[in-house]
Design a protein around this ligand. Structure first.
Ligand code: URP
Ligand code: ZN
Ligand code: ZN
Length: 458
C-alpha cells in the first residue's frame, strides 16, 4: 500500500519545507519536492503542515484509583489521542505493593492489547524496591522498558523512600534507563492535609492550599541531589512550580543530566479555578495543583530556553461522578484531569500563534524530544525516510471550540470548556494507516503495538 501526501509543509524539530511525503507500508519511504509516484491513496495537504505524530509520554489509562479506574481505557483514550494528533503514548504501569514489576507489566500489557489504536510503551512505577526488583529493572530494560517512575508524594501507597529512590537512580545510571520523578514533599503535604481537615476545610480549593509550590520546589531539589549522588540522569514529570523549574535550571547550568516536562494545564490554567462555586473546583484537582499566572510565564520561559524539554499531558481523567468520592473531603477526590486530546491544538494555538515558541520548537516539544528522551528516535518523532509513518496533517487555520460536548475523551467535562483554538489535526496516520479522516475515526482497536524502546538519546 502506497500513500502520497502532497503539497504540504513538512515540519520537523529543525526545518520546515514544502515537500511530498511517500508512505510505503508502515514507513515513510521518501520526502521530496513533487514526487512522481503512483499511489493507492493521495492526501492533499495544501495549506497544511505535515507533522510527525505527537508523542505523549505521560498518560494514565485504565489506572486503578481506590475502587474505580481512570475513565479512559486504552481504546477510548488512544482514540481521543488520535483525534488530537497524538500517535504514540507512554503510559504508567503501577507496581502495587506486594507485586513484582513483571506482574505489573503483564497487567498493563493486558489492558492495552486488543484496545490501543496507536502505538504504546510503558514506564514502570516502582513502589517497592529490593535486590529482586533491581534485577527486574535490568530485565525490563533489556525487554524495552527503559524508564521507571518513582513518587516522592502519596505516602502509604505510591511513595518511595529516599534510600530506595537513590538505589533506583544508581540502577538506572548503570543500565541506561531513565528515572522519572513525581517531585512533591509527600510527608509535609500529608501533615498539611490533616491540619486542613481537622479545621473543617473540606472543599476542593484546600487541595491546592495543602500542596504549596515550595513542596514541589523542595522535592525537586532533593530528587536532583539524589540523582547527582547516584551519578544518574533524572527526568522531573509535570513541573508546575517556578521553584521546581529554578532547581532544574540551576542543575542544568552545572552540567547535570536533569530533564523536565510540563503539561498544558500548567501553561493555560491557573489556581483561580479553585475559587469556582460549589464542587466545580474538583475538576482541577490534580497533583501538583494549578499554580499562579506568574508561574505560567516562568514555565513558558523554561520551554523557550530549553530547561524543559517535553510537553506531555498527565492525562488522568475522572468523571464528576467519580470526583464526587471526595464531595465532603477534598483528599478523597481522585487526582487528575483529561488532556490527551487537546495537547497539540492548545500548544500550537497558545504557544506558536502567540509567538512564545517557534513552529519547530512545537514539534520538538510534542514529538521529537519525547522520542529522544524515551528511546524512540528516529523511529518516531520525525518525518524522514525509514521512520514509522505516524503522521499528522495539521490545519493551522482551522478553528475549534474545546468542549465536553464534542471531545472524544470519556469524561463529562473539559477543563478548557469553551476555549477557542486555531490549529487542528485533520488527517492522522498511524504506521501508514489513516486512522482519523474528515472528523471520523477510521482505525481499528488493537492496531497499536507495544514499543520496545532503547536508551535515551539526548
Ligand atoms: O493528579 C495527577 N497527576 N494524577 C495522576 C497521577 C500522577 O501523580 O501523575
Ligand atoms: Zn505524578
Ligand atoms: Zn501522572
Amino acid at each position: 500500500m502506497k500513500t502520497l501526501i502532497t503539497n504540504g509543509t513538512v515540519v520537523t524539530a529543525s526545518e520546515a519545507f514544502r515537500a511530498d511525503v511517500l508512505v510505503e507500508g508502515e514507513h515513510i519511504s521518501a520526502v521530496g519536492a513533487s514526487l512522481d509516484v503512483v499511489a493507492d491513496k493521495m492526501i492533499d495537504a495544501t495549506g497544511r503542515y505535515v507533522l510527525p505524530g505527537g508523542i505523549d509520554v505521560h498518560t494514565h489509562l485504565d489506572m486503578p484509583y481506590r475502587d474505580t479506574t481512570s475513565a479512559d481505557d486504552f481504546e477510548s483514550g488512544t482514540i481521543a489521542a488520535a483525534f488530537g494528533g497524538t500517535t504514540c503514548v507512554i503510559d504508567f504501569a503501577t507496581q502495587f505493593r506486594g507485586q513484582t514489576l513483571h506482574q505489573a507489566r503483564d497487567a498493563w500489557m493486558k489492558k492495552a492489547e486488543g484496545k490501543a489504536v496507536i502505538d504504546y510503551g510503558f514506564h514502570m512505577i516502582v513502589t517497592e524496591l529490593g535486590a529482586a526488583v533491581e534485577r527486574e529493572m535490568d530485565d525490563l530494560v533489556r525487554e524495552g522498558i527503559t524508564s521507571f517512575k518513582v513518587f516522592m508524594a502519596y505516602p502509604g501507597s505510591l511513595m518511595l523512600d529516599d534510600g530506595s529512590i537513590f538505589r533506583a537512580l544508581e540502577n538506572s545510571g548503570r543500565n541506561g534507563a531513565t528515572i522519572c520523578v513525581h517531585a512533591e514533599d509527600g510527608v509535609v503535604i500529608d501533615a498539611l492535609v490533616r491540619d486542613a481537615l481537622a479545621a473543617g476545610h473540606t472543599a476542593p480549593r484546600y487541595h491546592a492550599l495543602t500542596r504549596p509550590s515550595t513542596a514541589e520546589g523542595d522535592a525537586t531539589r532533593r530528587a536532583i541531589a539524589l540523582a547527582e549522588m547516584a551519578h544518574a540522569p533524572i527526568y522531573i514529570v509535570h513541573v508546575s512550580a517556578a521553584e521546581a523549574l529554578d532547581a532544574i535550571h540551576e542543575a542544568r547550568k552545572r552540567g547535570l543530566p536533569v530533564f523536565g516536562e510540563t503539561c498544558p494545564q500548567y501553561l493555560f490554567l491557573s489556581d483561580e479555578h479553585y475559587e469556582a462555586p460549589g464542587f466545580e473546583g474538583a475538576k482541577y484537582v490534580m497533583s501538583p495543583p494549578l499554580r499562579s499566572k506568574d508561574a505560567q510565564a516562568h514555565l513558558w520561559r523554561g520551554l523557550a530556553s530549553g530547561d524543559l524539554q517535553v510537553i506531555a499531558t498527565d492525562h488522568c481523567p475522572f468523571t464528576m461522578k467519580q470526583k464526587a468520592m471526595g464531595s465532603d473531603d477534598f483528599s478523597k477526590i481522585p487526582n487528575g484531569a483529561p488532556g490527551i486530546e487537546t495537547r497539540m491544538s492548545l500548544v500550537y494555538d497558545g504557544g506558536v500563534r502567540t509567538g512564545r515558541i517557534s513552529l519547530n520548537r512545537f514539534v520538538d516539544l510534542t514529538a521529537t524530544s519525547p522520542a529522544k528522551m524515551f528511546g524512540l528516535f528516529p523511529r518516531k518523532g520525525t518525518i524522514a525516510p525509514g521512520s514509522d509513518a505516524d503522521i499528522v496533517v495539521f490545519d493551522p487555520q482551522k478553528r475549534m471550540t474545546l468542549s465536553a460536548k464534542t471531545h472524544h475523551m470519556r469524561v463529562d467535562y473539559n477543563p478548557y470548556e469553551g476555549r477557542e483554538v486555531a490549529g487542528v489535526a485533520d488527517t492522522v496516520l498511524s504506521h501508514g494507516r489513516v486512522i482519523v479522516e474528515k472528523g471520523r475515526f477510521v482505525g481499528r482497536a488493537g492496531s497499536g503495538i507495544f514499543l520496545r524502546r532503547s536508551a535515551r538519546s539526548v
